[in-house]
Ligand binder design. Structure first.
Ligand SMILES: [Zn+2]
Ligand SMILES: [Zn+2]
Length: 263
């Protein structure tokens, strides 16, 4: 059984309003042995938070995380941050603050606002005693400096890790976890695959980031949790372990990181 530690199960990110879509995706995940999914509230628009809480209420295998993405740092309001904090504090299936961080690749919000929001939400996570799921793109060094200042000794997961071997080592030194995206199945993903081959197994999680980044052989299609098995197969190859062992190791890591009950 596998855990998808990071997916976006909502009509907004899938850009598809068909009410049957998400239930069908969850059905296919079950059939593919994905026994737990953590849906990440990706946008402050369209009541995505309400949608995630509703899914968590209705499906035993769904948990959620909420945080304001760096893309929306220019748009966020006090009201939204308060709403997120309340949900995270009160909902029994809220696991983490995320995804939060810095994205200097797209720079959809100003770097100043991204940094301020990142600091703010790290402190929110400390107050709520929750781990964070970080989205860091083209900003690893600066992110680590902020983590050291605001979040030292607290648990963080660098989701969809695509940094260098040196970045990975630096995060592991800080006690952080890293999650392997579908990119490791890509032809162009050889370098990242080689990095994951050398990392300590007990700090690695699996994710889809669905609907984005579908792994081979599903490239070009909207991604979904069921497809994560392909990423797991590649990780098994690079670690020279069986698929069952990879499922066990990555599921245990995910449960430990998010304080999920053991099964
Ligand atoms: Zn992300
Ligand atoms: Zn994401």
């Amino acid at each position: 059984m596998f855990i998808d530690s990071h997916c976006h199960l909502d009509p907004y990110t899938y850009e598809n309003d068909d009410p049957a879509l998400i239930p069908a995706i969850i059905e296919r995940a079950r059939a593919a042995q994905i026994d737990t999914m953590i849906t990440i509230v990706a946008s402050i628009k369209d009541d995505n938070l309400g949608y995630a809480m509703n899914l968590a209420d209705n499906y035993q295998e769904i948990y959620f995380a909420a945080g304001v993405h760096p893309h929306e740092a220019d748009e966020v309001s006090e009201e939204i941050l308060a709403q997120y904090a309340t949900a995270l504090k009160n909902h029994p299936k809220a696991l983490a603050v995320g995804e939060i961080g810095l994205d200097y690749f797209y720079n959809l919000s100003t770097p100043e606002n991204q940094r301020a929001l990142f600091r703010r939400q790290l402190n929110m996570a400390k107050e709520l005693a929750l781990p964070v799921i970080a989205h860091i793109r083209d900003a690893h060094e600066e992110a680590r400096a902020i983590f050291r200042e605001e979040f030292s000794g607290n648990p963080a997961l660098i989701h969809c890790f695509t940094g260098t071997a040196a970045d990975a080592a630096a995060y592991l030194d800080m006690g952080f976890y890293l999650s392997a995206p579908g990119i490791i199945t890509f032809k162009k993903g050889a370098e990242l695959r080689d990095i994951f081959a050398t990392l300590p197994h007990e700090r690695i999680l699996l994710e889809t980031d669905a609907p984005y980044l579908a792994p081979v052989p599903y490239r070009g299609r909207p991604n979904e949790p069921a497809f994560m098995v392909e990423t797991a197969k590649v990780l098994a190859e690079t670690w020279q372990l069986s698929l069952t062992e990879v499922a066990k190791i990555t599921s245990e890591n995910t449960r430990r990181f998010f304080n999920l009950p053991a099964v």
